[in-house]
Design a protein around this ligand. Structure first.
Ligand SMILES: NC(=O)c1ccc[n+]([C@@H]2O[C@H](COP(=O)([O-])OP(=O)(O)OC[C@H]3O[C@@H](n4cnc5c(N)ncnc54)[C@H](OP(=O)(O)O)[C@@H]3O)[C@@H](O)[C@H]2O)c1
Length: 273
């Protein structure tokens, strides 16, 4: 089947589903007439129909008329939704799950061992085509489904296929990562504002510094060499880096990532019980 022949059903159409839909639509991957969505709140449903020019429907109709189902509810909401999907024939469909912490085995238990599933972990920067997405496929995912998912992921930014055993770590680093970076940008902007800059100036300075440094790191691919270039002995960068070392900032940041990955693991364990 060609990419533009697929029929897509979003099961759950909240914040992240709308980001994925918008990126997919901007890349003109699938005609709007072949995309449907499901959500509970009638008012939001009507608003989204008008805003995105796609049709809202029931889980039954979305499952029976789509060949690819994008599962975009929250992890705590998935149990009854998946049971309902299974009742209407989801076992024979291709499933893209964006749920943090919910393993492929959870879906296989309901949909069968041979179900075609991908865990796709997007991040919020997909909204500007600068996301970092990770993918893990179930063993029975066909070549055709894999290439569909790769085409789907491309407009979101960069993407990597990884073993599912690394998905909790990837969820912490890339899925939740923007949250940690926002907190660091805020800390830098707060310091600049306390020093007398306006709020707008401080936010611009901090955000652009992160964006520029990240672009440079992507281009050079060697952080040690970048650090050496920027750190003049006895200079201003060295003075700051010394405090980062003394206060074990890297270790604290790694602890942040560990806690986040641990939470994803707990969610997987809860889904098994
Ligand atoms: N936000 C992120 O940065 C991020 C990053 C990576 C992965 N994720 C994953 O993305 C998923 C969605 O997150 P989100 O932030 O988009 O959440 P959200 O805004 O709360 O969206 C959840 C959607 O699911 C719908 N829903 C829930 N139960 C339903 C049911 N029984 N039948 C039909 N629709 C139902 C909700 O409908 P109503 O609108 O009617 O309530 C809502 O549209 C989560 O599993 C999360 O782990 C999020």
């Amino acid at each position: 089947m060609k990419m533009d022949e697929h029929r897509l059903g979003f099961i759950g159409f909240g914040h992240m589903a709308q980001i994925l839909f918008t990126a997919m639509h901007a890349a003109r991957l699938v005609p709007l007439s072949q995309v449907q969505f499901v959500q509970r709140d009638r008012d939001r449903m009507k608003l989204n129909e008008e805003k995105y020019k796609i049709t809202a429907t029931s889980i039954e109709h979305a499952v029976s008329t789509s060949d690819v189902l994008l599962l975009c509810v929250r992890p705590g909401q998935v149990g009854p939704v998946l049971q309902e999907m299974a009742r209407f024939g989801a076992s024979s469909k291709q499933i893209i799950s964006i749920l943090s912490g919910i393993p492929i085995s959870f879906f296989q238990k309901v949909l069968g061992e041979k179900a075609q599933i991908v865990r796709l972990m997007p991040n919020v920067a997909s909204s500007i085509g600068e996301g970092m997405t990770t993918l893990s496929f179930s063993p029975h995912a066909t070549v055709e489904f894999r290439s569909f998912v790769h085409l789907f992921s491309a407009p979101l930014g960069k993407y990597l296929e990884i073993p599912e055993s690394q998905m909790d770590l990837a969820t912490a680093v890339a899925g939740s990562g923007p949250g940690f970076v926002f907190a660091l940008i805020q800390a830098m902007a707060d310091a600049a504002e306390k020093g007398g800059l306006s709020h707008e100036q401080a936010l611009l300075m901090a955000s652009q510094t992160f964006a520029g440094a990240a672009q440079l790191a992507l281009k050079e691919k060697n952080i040690t060499s970048l650090l050496n270039q920027i750190t003049t002995p006895g200079g201003t960068t060295e003075a700051g880096l010394n405090i980062m070392r003394q206060t074990q900032m890297a270790e604290h940041f790694q602890e942040t990532l560990r806690a986040s990955a641990q939470r994803a693991k707990q969610m997987a364990e809860q889904s098994r019980s």
